[in-house]
Design a protein. Structure first.
Length: 171
């Protein structure tokens, strides 16, 4: 687990950019340059702590041209970008309005879904960011195969409304 003390939203955005590059460059399991094809980011934290801001910066790192905003009222949005000549499908899910969820398939989202091939026939990458992931049934994670999962916790630092404490841990 890594913990970051960030002074402002720009620092949060830089962390998201750096994390994206690191996540897509090295396998968390082997430490080699193997790239997983599916990633699930479980974003947890209070309202206004920076979850959507983090996803926006991640989208920027993935060369996504569309504006990324919170899918609170529609639950999920999908974007397509690229990273090192690979197609990247980004799903942004917000569970805030739900009481609980047994699995992402209830929203029509399939982890390890086939992503179209990118340049030079390289298989694409899938990244799913779930805001308010604490509402996702913990047993769901046990059913996942061939997916790299990270838990990203956001906290507003007391008496410092611009500052954040963010922890990132592979599960």
């Amino acid at each position: 687990m890594q913990m970051y003390q960030l002074k402002n939203p720009a620092a949060t955005a830089k962390l998201a950019l750096d994390f994206t590059s690191s996540m897509l460059s090295y396998s968390t399991v082997t430490g080699t340059k193997e790239v997983a094809q599916s990633y699930l980011l479980l974003l947890k934290g209070e309202m206004g702590a920076g979850k959507t801001h983090f996803v926006k910066a991640l989208g920027s790192a993935l060369n996504i041209a569309n504006t990324i905003d919170s899918p609170t009222f529609i639950l999920a949005k999908e974007y397509q970008g690229s990273y090192n000549s690979q197609v990247v499908d980004l799903r942004h899910i917000d569970l805030w309005r739900l009481e609980s969820l047994n699995g992402l398939e209830e929203l029509g989202v399939q982890v390890n879904a086939e992503v179209s091939e990118g340049i030079q026939g390289v298989q694409g990458i899938q990244i799913i960011c779930v805001e308010w992931a604490e509402k996702l049934n913990p047993d769901y994670l046990k059913r996942l195969n061939n997916c790299t999962v990270f838990e990203v916790n956001f906290a507003i630092v007391s008496n410092q409304p611009e500052q954040r404490q963010i922890t990132i841990a592979p599960l």
